[in-house]
Design a protein around this ligand. Structure first.
Ligand code: 6PG
Length: 243
């Protein structure tokens, strides 16, 4: 695996602008379709809102296929839905073909939703046994979870399917999530993280400290692809103190 690249930005605004420049660079480097998996959470939300204001001349949405790395098992119009958040922040403001939007059907029984999404990945992505994304965008919880793989059930990361049903440790809410092999099979993986509450885990993982292996986010090690950490100053604050 290539050495992870860490990009630190003074403010949230500069973070989303910097991440957008990276996203456009990847998009322009590739011919044809571009398959990206989005994340839920507050940081990606800020980015999606920024994207929605960009002119279509900068991002040609007709080339882009949107997927999600995880989804809460709720209907698409539920307040918790990652798809629903993306729809209101971005999809309703851009001209993207409906066939390019591949949501996880959170309204289904969780097991059925996971099976159906694995089929969606197989039908729409280049892959051998494991689908290959051009880019997977991840957030990280302050407990070190990523996608919907939580520390207490970190074994789901190595589950030998592409999609798995996870359970939120506090709410008990069922989630559908990519497993580690899909995430690590991507050409590019990028964490998009802001906030001081993430700083400790970011430091432990990037510095490969002894506790890091307890956190699913530390298992993001693309087999052949690149890994970027896009951080605001708060999320990187402990890194800076140590460097
Ligand atoms: C989700 C996300 C999850 C999220 C982290 C960080 O569905 O909740 O996929 O992995 O990215 O919990 O969320 P915040 O950015 O809101 O802290």
């Amino acid at each position: 695996m290539a050495k992870p690249v860490t990009r630190i930005f003074d403010t949230e605004d500069k973070l989303v602008k910097g991440f957008t420049a990276y996203f456009c660079k990847l998009l322009n480097k590739k011919n044809g379709g571009f398959n990206v998996a989005l994340s839920g959470g507050s940081t990606p939300k800020i980015w999606l809102e920024y994207l929605s204001n960009l002119k279509e001349t900068i991002i040609n949405w007709k080339r882009i296929h949107l997927f999600w790395g995880d989804e809460r098992c709720v209907p698409p119009d539920h307040v918790d839905s990652n798809y629903g958040m993306t729809k209101s922040c971005l999809l309703d403001q851009i001209d993207i073909p409906k066939k390019n939007v591949h949501r996880i059907k959170g309204e289904l029984d969780p097991g059925k939703a996971a099976t159906a999404y694995a089929r969606e990945l197989r039908d729409h992505l280049p892959h051998g046994e494991v689908p290959t994304f051009d880019l997977i965008i991840l957030g990280m919880g302050d407990d070190g979870h990523t996608a919907s793989i939580f520390p207490y059930e970190i074994d789901l990361w190595n589950f030998d399917e592409n999609c798995v049903v996870a359970t939120h440790p506090v709410s008990g809410q069922k989630r559908v999530s990519f497993t580690g092999r899909v995430i690590n099979n991507a050409h590019s993986v990028a964490f998009l993280i802001n906030g001081r509450n993430k700083a400790q885990k970011v430091k432990e993982i990037i510095n490969n400290e002894s506790n890091a292996s307890n956190y699913p986010a530390s298992l993001v090690k693309p087999y052949k692809g690149e890994l970027f950490w896009f951080l605001d100053a708060d999320a990187a604050s402990r890194l800076r103190n140590d460097q």
